[in-house]
Ligand binder design. Sequence first.
Ligand code: ARG
Length: 273
Amino acid sequence: MTMDATRQRLLMCRPTYFAVDYAINPWMDPTAPVDPDLAIRQWEQLHQTYLDLGHEVELIDPVAGLPDMVFAANGGTVIDGKAMAVQFRDPQRADEAPAYRAWFEAAGFEMYDPKHVNEGEGDVLLVGDHLLAGTGFRTAHASHAQLQEVFGYPVVTMQLVDPRFYHLDTALTVLDERTVAYLPEAFSPGSRAVLRRLFPDAIHATMADAEVLGLNAVSDGRHVVLPAQATDLAAKLRDRGYETIGIDLSELRKAGGGPKCCTLRLRQGKAIK
Ligand code: ARG
């Protein structure tokens, strides 16, 4: 089987002001050392990897005092030329929302404002013509109805149960329009049943893979960019015909983020393409 790669338009934010100054997820320990220069070099490698794959990468200016702004996936949800801005659960990240919103507006997207806590593509993942939407830790369940109204895709609620996998994109990877990989233990029994029903051929990741944020991966349908440490998952992906590219983001992982967290997909509307 040959797998087609889709050229992607992505948004990233250089980790110029990256730090672990507060703890809003179990990965973050403000007393543990972080190497900011290494964080930047690792991020640059991720950025270069996307360019080498032929993707188009847009950059938003980082803002001093917003150490988590590097996690662009949390900046919004952008589908069919519509951008829904975000509302963070935690006050430490609140000021990122208007910075990303201003970028989307300047880039010409049709803007929608969130009515409830919504952490963007960290919790909202399009698979084919379904929107999978996480809840339990960050994005409010009430926001799922708004997502469906704004984007017009059926929204499937995914109940997250393990605080280490607090965003949907730490527990589930979209590989192509029909295939996902996920950690079953990160989901409630009902959500697991839904995942089995929708994706009978899904790849099940192990806890060892999830614990290195292996599921926080970016796929273009053929190449999967994932944390270098997720070796079991990489082997399973290669068995299915994907080409895997391991990236070491050890410093950003200290904030609870991996490749996907650093990457927001910008999906144009068909009309403006
Ligand atoms: N420190 C950030 C937070 O806890 C990490 C965000 C990771 N982003 C993601 N899409 N999973 O909010």
